[in-house]
Design a protein around this ligand. Sequence first.
Ligand code: PNS
Length: 159
Amino acid sequence: MRRAIYPGSFDPITNGHLDVISRAAKLFDEVVVAVAFNEAKSGLFSINERIEMIRGATGQIENIRVSRFDGLLVSFAQEQNACAVIRGLRAISDFEFEFQMALMNRKLNASIETIFLMPREEYTYLSSRIVKEIARLGGDVGAFVPQAIVEGLREKFRG
Ligand code: PNS
């Protein structure tokens, strides 16, 4: 059983994340989408809301599991018997932080490989932060996130 962890904040999940998830699901027997819980960094959506949104958006892919994690990513990966961590790489601007994180994670646990997957080009400019900003300002985010998340964003910014 080859298992990978796809960690992130997913506040909220976007079509770019979903593109990476479906690529990873083809490469591994199981992919655990791991939603980071960070007490110091409260997001727009609660951890449970994010998990439910990801479950809703990935329900049609059989070998996906969604879980929360706190603490070190490599510890969670080891607990889950995963051999790899998946990260999406959109542009050069992502590279420096991702490179630092991948090498630090390797230093912490050399048996877990980080694998970078490139989403479709049309998602290279997409991020949860930008989606939230557009939604907050009343713009249409229907091309960037699943419909349930369009509605979730509308609820958050209503009033
Ligand atoms: O979606 P994000 O915000 O880019 O995800 C970043 C995340 C959650 C993957 C990263 O911050 C992380 O792995 N946090 C867990 C704590 C940890 O292991 N830190 C050391 C990483 S070098």
